[in-house]
Design a protein around this ligand. Sequence first.
Ligand SMILES: Nc1ncnc2c1ncn2[C@@H]1O[C@H](COP(=O)(O)OP(=O)(O)OP(=O)(O)O)[C@@H](O)[C@H]1O
Ligand SMILES: [Mg+2]
Length: 480
Amino acid sequence: MTLPLANPELDKPLVLVVDDDADMLTMLVRLLSRKFDCRVEKAVSGEAALAYLDRNRPDVIITDLRMPGLDGMSLLTQVKEHDPEIAVIVMTGYGNVELAVRSLREGAYDFVEKPFDQERIVHSLERCLERVRLLKENRYLQERLSSKKVFCGLHGCSCRMQEVFDLIRKVADTNVTVLIRGESGTGKELAAKALHTLSRRAAKPLITVNCPALPAEILESELFGYVKGAFTGAAQDKTGYFLEADGSTLLLDEIGDLPLTLQTKLLRVLQEKEITPLGRTKGRAVDVRVVASTNQDLEAKIAQGQFREDLFYRLNVVTITMPSLAERPEDIPLLARHFLQKYAAEYDRGDLTFAPATEQELLRRRWKGNIRELQNTVKRAVLLTTTPQITPTDLSENGSSPEETPAAAEPRPILTGLSYNEAKREILTRFSREYLTAALLQSGGNVTAAAQSSGLGRQAFQRLLRGYDLKAESFRDDKP
Ligand SMILES: Nc1ncnc2c1ncn2[C@@H]1O[C@H](COP(=O)(O)OP(=O)(O)OP(=O)(O)O)[C@@H](O)[C@H]1O
Ligand SMILES: [Mg+2]
């Protein structure tokens, strides 16, 4: 069921409160109507709530879990089946964390432990209504644009990507932990950014930690921080990523490589929502939304004792799986054209197009490095080509294994009809661009290293780059 399209500003949100305790209901309706500019309705049982849903479409349902008859958990399940976009906040008895976590898995937006202070429920609903507003706005804009080919920088027209977009949209502005899985280069980091951008946390920067980049001890102090004197060399206090991400999102990239000792600590932080910097005895509360990503087989790592199962379950409350290019070949031309447009503009090759055979070739290839590899291939072709159309030859040496694209089988550029000097110039230009591009790709845009590996002085190398209109910086933004 979807809402009729309306200007979100004109719509007053509707909240339904469900509880078998009449006093509680009265108190909540009074409190929430006073605090929020919304309509608040009540239902005295799960059954009454379902009957209400037949005729109305609340934006938020706040429900008790323990009720005679249809309990809160069953109500949650049925509401989510009926309309997954209705946000549900559940009220649980104190200390019933398992049940609360289960409700989050079932799609609850948040849980509030009873007896609660009023601040807590007001705060929860406040955030929830903000999400409702964003969702409505989003749908409104989306239907107006009616183009779903790009979503927060992620391009894709395939069903698989539409599902990913929908899931991101759905969970972005909740606090649930999200695990993003997928092969290398499938856009996991972009998906994490989208989750952050579409949440209220977007006002603060997304903090990203690359887990395998640092040895365990350093990573621990980087994550949780320390106080001056906590260990030799701790000359001053260090904030740590968790505190930096307070009120924002923390992306734990390549979580599969997190050392076991740190997995235990991370689990504790996720459970207790507080961190204890090294050298401190008292914990400090943090409000961090954790998103983790991995291209590893975590189930296998669990079986081998290299990954904590309890942490795994804590992380994958929601899992977003980024499909590989092989699973969605229809996105290849779209992505290729997007990258062509991007790099052609960047390198002043405005009218460049793909020859039809080139698009065929792009489709035929197996992209083990997925979108990153496709992107680098197109970038390289834009730099190398000397003709107004990118030919299959321009796609050579893109990182596919030599067996798949044997260089010898690639047609050479057509030289017949050119004078000897023209042909020589053509070959030389092509060779130089190809050579310099390869050297820069290999050095990740580091001119000194590229010059060195080419046996040239830095200045001579720079001159060549200028001569062929190549910019070292453009090789620096992406992983090679
Ligand atoms: N759907 C997409 N549309 C446009 N660009 C994309 C898309 N997916 C990925 N990219 C681009 O491809 C490159 C790789 O993406 P990203 O870093 O998000 O992948 P990843 O899954 O995190 O890879 P890895 O596992 O290697 O860390 C980036 O430059 C990104 O901008
Ligand atoms: Mg990544």
